[in-house]
Design a protein around this ligand. Structure first.
Ligand SMILES: [Fe+2]
Length: 221
């Protein structure tokens, strides 16, 4: 799998294009701010967009989703079901796995699914805390952590649906990944990329999460 990181918009957000080279099928993770820049890259590399994924449904990670959904009726916006409340116009069908977003297909994850991309796979890891439906996506030695884990920081836990105790558990879940797993965060805070091993050693929130719930809550809340 190959990865392109694009820093877009006024809040230093990252959108990611992840693709399987054998079939040139791509996923866009957190389509936001400048769909034209994302589209230009897809065209330049001759990639077919197959998956449109959100790490969570805050607008700064999702505000270009509709652009891609309007262009391709076969695409569905894919995100965790517990973040559907953040989409004004999401209609969940019977609490199940399908619905609509802006009149376009919405595929709601339960967490822990494996999504096929070309000949590869993207594993969904439910990492709630910043929002209840935050997920990280793991693929081929990389993990896209959204606003759960940044370089040297963790996500805010003072927003609607935030849960600091859940965030601690999610950081512990990420800490259990291989030390050499490459971290690709949702914002360019302190740096663009790192590894799980380096974050376990230097990220104060990762360290306190491992130490105790009380210590973590004291620092994070
Ligand atoms: Fe966020």
């Amino acid at each position: 799998m190959k990865i392109k990181q694009l820093k877009l918009g006024p809040m230093d957000n990252f959108s990611y294009i992840v693709w399987d080279e054998s079939l040139n099928e791509a996923a866009v993770i957190d389509p936001a701010w400048q769909p034209g820049a994302i589209e230009e890259f897809l065209l330049h590399e001759k990639l077919a967009l197959k998956l449109l994924l959100l790490t969570h449904a805050h607008p700064d990670h999702a505000n270009a989703a509709l652009y891609f959904l309007q262009k391709d009726k076969d695409l569905a916006l894919t995100m965790h079901k517990e973040d559907a409340f953040l989409l004004d116009d999401a209609v969940s069908a019977g609490g199940g796995s399908a619905g609509l977003f802006g009149g376009k297909p919405l595929k709601l994850l339960n967490g822990e699914e494996e999504l096929a991309l070309g000949r590869g796979k993207i594993k969904v890891i439910h990492t709630p805390g910043h929002t209840p439906g935050s997920v990280s996506y793991a693929a081929d030695g990389a993990v896209f952590t959204g606003d759960t884990l940044f370089v040297g920081e963790c996500g805010r836990v003072d927003l609607p649906g935030s849960d600091p105790k859940a965030l601690r558990q999610s950081l512990l879940k990420l800490a259990a990944l291989p030390d050499n797993a490459v971290v690709w965060p949702g914002h360019a805070y302190n740096g663009n990329t790192s590894t799980i091993g380096v974050q376990k050693e230097y990220n104060i929130y990762m360290k306190l999460a491992a130490k105790s719930e009380a210590e973590f809550l004291k620092a994070a809340v």
